[in-house]
Each structure stands twice: as C-alpha cells, then as structure tokens.
Ligand binder design. Sequence first.
Ligand code: ATP
Length: 485
Amino acid sequence: MNEEKDNVPNILLDEGRELGERFEDYLVKIHEGFHNKRFPAPLRPMALGGFRVATGRDIAGWHQIQKDWMRYIDEIAENPQSSSADELFEQIPEWVGLFQKHLVFAQRAPMQASRFFQDRQSIVDAEKIFAENGVKVIEAKINWLKRLMSIRRIVAIDTLESDTGLRASLGLYHDSDVRGVENLAAVEVVDVRKTYGDVKAIDGITFSVDKGEIFGLLGPNGAGKTTLIECLEGIRTPDSGEIIILGETYAKKNQIREKIGLQLQSTGLFPTLTVKETLSMYISFFKKALPIDNVIAWVNLAEKSSSQVRNLSGGQYQRLSLAIALVNDPDVLFLDEPTTGLDPRVRRDLWDIILAVKNRGKTVFLTTHYMDEAERLCDRLAVVDRGRIIELGTPDELIRRHIGEKSIEFTYKGNISGQEIAKLPGLLNHWIKGDRVIVVSEKEQEALSFLLKEGLSNTEIGDIIVRRGTLEDVFLKLTNRGIES
Ligand code: ATP
C-alpha cells in the first residue's frame, strides 16, 4: 500500500452517503420534471439533449455515476484498504469536471424552465428542484470530492482548475456546436435586482427571450419596466443577477452594442437636422451599418428623407427613432413604449413595421402600456408589478388561464356593490373600471339573463356585451387596476 494513502475518515464517508441520497432524490425529480405531463412533449427531446450536452451525461449516465458513488462508499466503509478506494480516487478529476458542468446547468436551469413550461406553478417547481435540490447538493458534492482529493493528493485541484480544456468544457453550454440550446436564447435574464434607496425597482426577475420572437413587458406605472429594459440595453447596471444577450454578458459591452438596437423612450433628436442627416450621424457610431436608404424605406420615410426633424408628425418622429434603432442591422431590438402618445392609425402603422422587423428574423423586446399592442404584437409577454414578474406566457395562454373564453362587460350608473355582483350565477371574478364592470362567470348565459331580467339593486345597467376575454381583463385581474390609470 502507498504510504501516503490515508484512510478515508468515517465522517466523510457518512457525509458522502448522505450526499449520494440527496443527489439520487434530485435525479428522480428532474426525471419526473422532464416527463411531467405539463412539459410540452415536442420540446422534450431538445430539452433532454440540452441536459446531456450541458452536463456531459444523460440522466441514465448520471444514475450510473450515482450508483458508482454509493458502491465505492459502501465498499470503502467495509474495507478501507480495498481497491475501490483507488478507483474512487482515480475517478475524482473526471467527476469534479462533470459536477462542475452540472452545477452551471443547474444554476441556469430555472431560467430555461420558463422557456419550456408556460404555467407559473411548473416554473416555480422547476426553480425549486434546481435551485434548492440541485445546486446545493452538487456544490456539496464538489466540495466533498475536493476534500477527498486533498487527503490523497492524487491530482492537485489547482492543476485541475487551471486546466484550460476543462474550463472550455465548462463553457460548453454556449458552444456554437450545441445547436438548439445556444441558438434558442436571444436574451437571458437571471435573478436581476436593482434597488434605488428603499425602492426595489427590480426584485429578482428571471426569464428568457427566444431568438426571433417579439417579447413584451407589461406593467402599470412604476412597475420597473424602464429600469429593466435599460439594464438589458446596458444603460443601467443591475445590483445583482446576470444578463446575457446573444450569449454575451455586458463584460463585452462593445460586442453587444454592435448587435442590439435601441429605441429610447424620449429620443432627443436634433430638430434642424433632416431625416437623412440624423440617420447618417447614428450610422457613424457603428462599425457596420445598413445602407441609409434601406433603413429609410423600412420605416416608410422615403418621402420625408430631406425634411427637418422639427417638421415631422408624431408618427413620423417615432418611425425615425425606430429607424435609428435599426441602422446597425441589430439582431435584438429594444423598444421602450414605441407607440405611446400616437393616434390609433399611426400606432397600427408602427405595428406593421415592427412585425416586418420580426419577419426579417430579428428578436424584439418591447415595453408597452397598451394591451391591444401586446395582444397584436407579442409572441410572449411578461406582466411585471412592483419589480416582479407576476405572469408569463403567450397572450392566448394568459387569457385562457385567467379569463376563459368570454367575459361580460356592462356600463352602469349609480352605486355598484361587490355584494350585488356576487349574486350573478357562476361568478368567478369581476373588476370595476370607471363606469364599466367586467364579469367572468362559468355560467355566462345565466349571468347574462340575470343581469337582463333581475339587474342589480341601486344600479342602473347600461349597455351589456358578451365578448372574448382580452389581455386588458387579465391585466385588471392581476394588478387590480387599469394599466392606463
Ligand atoms: P412607467 O410605466 O411609469 O415608465 P416603469 O414600469 O417603467 O414605469 P420604472 O421607471 O422602471 O417603472 O420605475 C420603477 C421604480 O423605480 C419606480 O418606483 C420609480 O420611481 C423608481 N425609479 C426609477 N428610476 C429611479 C432613479 N433613477 N432613482 C430613484 N428611483 C427610481
């Protein structure tokens, strides 16, 4: 026997066994998570492939490591001088590498969960599995292996950590070979926080935006939308958390700058420059830019290219600010309230331009106050309130989840009381906004005839309509107040 070979202390073995059991528990939970009926079946092969590539083993491979781990511990406990001890020590460098990869995966996984699951509960469950079970047990296992290694000094852990091959393999999650994983996310946001004095403007936000989608951020005044979008644009720095744009963090600010387009809420353009001169100026800020006439054509400003900015209408001004965001042919476009203050027809023109940008394969991240805008433009959206995401999904999903197919809306005069409304058959929810009441009932026909025949005491009911549920209904329900209030 090698003289340097100290016996593994029993206490370390006991701890190793306990970690093995916790890891087994975690593996069972992720297996269940991937095969859960709420997991969209078409995405499962990609998710399992992503897991395998990111962690270096598929789930069966991890079960095998787990079995070997427990077997070594049992055999060493039984006979400290057995060959299992040597085998385990030989195994350590590879395992440390694999567990470190798995750790990176588990840290990122909650963010991935919002991509695969649409319902809030599953996202919360996934966060719990990875953040509470996974990350903690894997960190403890790496620690345990390092302590074990220090007993035997088979490989100095420093050598292992400075191994560039290993480092590279840890970054494999973003390797461009990993198709379907790397290629999915345009924007990844992990547990971002930003506080101003006592105000938690962003209070732990995690989500991701897929390439090629229009993703909307909705929320009442002061919800944190501008703070968040400005963090994503690199204009503000979060206090903590991670922002990854097209696989890069803001450590590489200049690289990101070239790939994103910004349309700011209040673009201060020079009034006496023409449209063309304005765009030329912005083009000069970038290494690579599109031909100016293409950009002007995209936003339908060809006729105005020689007009001074001060002579543009509100809609034309907004289109010019959109053109500025497009000059560097960005892959991701950030639009902060792109149509605020414009009349409905002009807003619709801008929507068409934004949809055309998406059709050119761009990713668009926008904030808006307008529910119709979100419904028309967004593939997915997040509703934020008081710095937190309170809902995330496609507009249809949110409407179905919160409202169902239809809602009843009526105007009223006089007093209205919740007690009276509660008499409506099948009542699930109701909101009062100004002189309008919106009612969601599981017995919508009965609720409608009740309103028509019985009415509500002390209330004069005006027009009644039965209509499809809208995002505005969802918003009212979630935030208990109107978005334009
Ligand atoms: P709006 O729709 O009105 O533009 P918003 O959703 O964009 O609102 P933010 O502007 O991000 O919200 O503001 C979030 C919170 O942070 C608010 O309470 C706001 O007062 C506060 N806040 C934002 N910027 C600052 C700042 N520079 N200093 C102090 N507080 C700030």
